[in-house]
Design a protein around this ligand. Structure first.
Ligand SMILES: C[S@@+](CC[C@H](N)C(=O)[O-])C[C@H]1O[C@@H](n2cnc3c(N)ncnc32)[C@H](O)[C@@H]1O
Length: 231
């Protein structure tokens, strides 16, 4: 079964896309779900880490909102795209070329984002990934992840493409340190057969469990609830 999990495949995809980021299969122009809400809710800019930043759409959004952004990816081409787009927009950010499972975080971040990295990773690296995330998320920090969803226990894995994982298993993976605060699903159809014709993307907004207990769930804005219901 061919997977996109190894680094070689990312080299192939970035080589094929060249400087045209719209050719990347995961290209998106809008910030990932929940980011606008987190920016609005925090009120003032914080520090963000975008792991597996790709062409940098989320990094650019956050930098544009005044956040101090670190964009990490193991593909030089991804960081080149992110830097070129930031320069064109007159934005500053820090880039790190590293495999997240080999990187040593020296800082804490108010927001850590993973839009599509973990679900492309070989499971034997999961513990190393988890450890880095836990070290990077600040005590009252937010963690947002987009991960392909296993909708039913018997939903098969596609021939190629990201690993599908159930919502419960994602929650367990990040527990007890992180607690899910919001979850939304986006169903996507009309895909090629090799990725299974249809799939669902799970969007998760986690917080440090200690800060959720201290503050309670009630302070969540109605704007966030609308965003989730809208999906
Ligand atoms: C599906 S793409 C998503 C890109 C971007 N987050 C976005 O929203 O467009 C996954 C990205 O993670 C990067 N990546 C995958 N595994 C990685 C790893 N172990 N360490 C660092 N980057 C990784 C890939 O190079 C790729 O740019």
């Amino acid at each position: 079964m061919e997977k996109v999990h190894d680094k070689e495949n990312f080299y192939k995809i970035y080589d094929w896309a060249g400087s045209d980021r719209s050719k990347l299969p995961w290209a998106h122009d809008e910030p990932t779900l929940f980011l606008r809400d987190i920016v609005a809710q925090r009120g003032k800019p914080g520090k963000a880490l975008d792991i597996g930043c790709g062409a940098g759409t989320d990094s650019l959004y956050l930098a544009g909102e005044g956040w101090d952004v670190t964009s990490l990816d193991f593909m030089p081409a991804a960081l080149e795209m992110t830097c070129a787009r930031a320069a064109a927009a007159g934005l500053e950010l820090t880039t790190i070329e590293a495999d997240v499972t080999e990187w040593e975080p020296t800082d804490k971040f108010d927001l850590v984002l993973d839009h599509g990295l973990l679900h492309n990773m070989n499971p034997d690296r999961y513990p190393l990934y988890r450890e880095r995330v836990m070290r990077a998320v600040a005590d009252d920090g937010d963690f947002v992840i987009l991960h392909w969803l296993k909708r039913t226990p018997d939903e098969p894995q596609s021939e190629i493409g990201p690993t599908r994982v159930s919502r419960e298993d994602i929650q367990k993976f990040f527990a007890p340190e992180l607690k899910e605060r919001f979850f939304a699903v986006e169903e996507i159809g009309g895909l090629t057969k090799s990725v299974g014709a249809s799939m669902a993307q799970g969007y998760y907004w986690f917080k440090r469990a200690s800060s959720v207990e201290e503050r309670g769930q009630d302070e969540v804005s109605s704007g966030v609830e609308r965003a989730v219901r809208g999906k």
